[in-house]
Design a protein around this ligand. Structure first.
Ligand SMILES: [Cu+2]
Length: 214
């Protein structure tokens, strides 16, 4: 047997053994019976309090670090309303600290062929300019580099939006790159997700289903 290994083990054993002897006070002396129980309960509750504190702190800090928003998409929310059999849902996690948005967009049952989807800036009942691309299919659309493809005829697309993803709308005072302003607009309820379908497929290029982000 390796001697170094052996000595290491015996040191470990001694350490454990001596610790056991020194142990917490309640084990020896006057701490017997109910005293021992009382001391043990005190130690136990002290250890239990710590995870509760950690949990409370985590709960308090969670809304600051990340926030989830969503939208239900349908033709009736378009301006003017569209009678589409399609429907969709959008979910996004806003990370204010990192200035990033993780999103997931799903849709199905559209009448036309989807070729692009965006987050636009406008209140319910109004149309506004494009702020970010969620998906796009060339050559019908000209999405910025790195934009994921729109699933055809339906499905789910996921992506990450960073400051560089923000393309505007400058005419509504969100300049390219102004992610903080887009996040503020999302929180204020003045953004919507719009899925566009091609005219060639019998869809609505201006948008077949839409959902205000809440
Ligand atoms: Cu759009």
């Amino acid at each position: 047997m390796d001697s170094a290994c052996h000595s290491k083990r015996s040191v470990q054993f001694r350490t454990l053994h001596s610790r056991g002897n020194r142990g917490p006070a309640p084990v020896s002396g006057p701490f017997v019976g109910s005293h021992f129980k009382e001391a043990f309960t005190m130690i136990e509750s002290r250890f239990l309090r710590f995870p509760i504190l950690v949990g409370v702190l985590a709960a308090l800090s969670a809304p600051v670090a990340a926030e989830t928003v969503h939208a239900k998409l349908q033709g009736y929310q378009e301006v003017p309303a569209v009678s589409s059999p399609g429907e969709g849902s959008f979910r996004a996690k806003i990370d204010k600290k990192r200035n990033m948005i993780d999103y997931e967009l799903s849709y199905e049952g559209l009448q036309g062929t989807p070729f692009m989807a965006h987050i636009h800036l406008a209140q319910p009942g109004a149309n506004g300019g494009i702020s970010v691309w969620l998906c796009g299919n060339p050559p019908d659309a000209s999405p910025p580099t790195g934009t994921p493809a729109c699933p055809v005829p339906g499905g789910t697309v996921t992506g990450v939006l960073v400051a560089n993803s923000v393309v505007g709308p400058a005419g509504q005072l969100i300049a390219p790159g102004e992610m903080e302003e887009l996040i503020a607009a999302i929180r204020a309820g003045v953004t919507y997700v719009n899925v566009h379908t091609t005219a060639a497929s019998g869809g609505v290029p201006g948008g077949e289903i839409r959902g205000q982000i809440k």
